[in-house]
Design a protein around this ligand. Sequence first.
Ligand SMILES: [Zn+2]
Length: 148
Amino acid sequence: MVRLLGLVWLVLMAVGCAEDVTTRIAVGPSASSRYGLVQDAVDAINEEIGEDVFELIAITGDRPSHDWAPVVIVDELADGVGAEVRHSDDGLQICITTRTNVVQLAHEFGHAAGLEHTRSYDNLMFRSATKLGLNQAQRKYLRQMREP
Ligand SMILES: [Zn+2]
C-alpha cells in the first residue's frame, strides 16, 4: 500500500498536480509598500538557515505561479493569524496584513517551502511563533530545497 501511494505521488508530481513548494518569494504591486518587511523576513530566515535558500524577486503582477509565491496584502485574516499561505491551482500565495511582522512572515516562508508545525515554542514553525529558531532537520531540509 505504501509503495502504491508512493507511485501515485510520483505520477502526480510528474503531471504537476502535487502541492506546490517554493523558496522564491515574489513582491508585486500589492505588497510593494511592505517590500522592506519581506526583505527583512527573507534575510532573517536565510541567516537562520546559514545559506541563501530563499530568494526575493520582483514581479509586475500579483499572480501566483508554480515558480514563485507572491506576497499579497489582504484586509483581514482570521483572529490570531498573522499571515497565511493560500494554495490555488496556479500556485501559492502568501497573504499578509499591514500588521504582519518579520517572524510571522518568515514562518509562512517555511510553510511555502514545505515545513510543517513543530511543538517547540522557540522554533520558527511553532504554531504561533515568536522566534526565528530552526532545528537541524529543518535546516537540512531547507538547504536541499535550494535552487541549483
Ligand atoms: Zn503555521
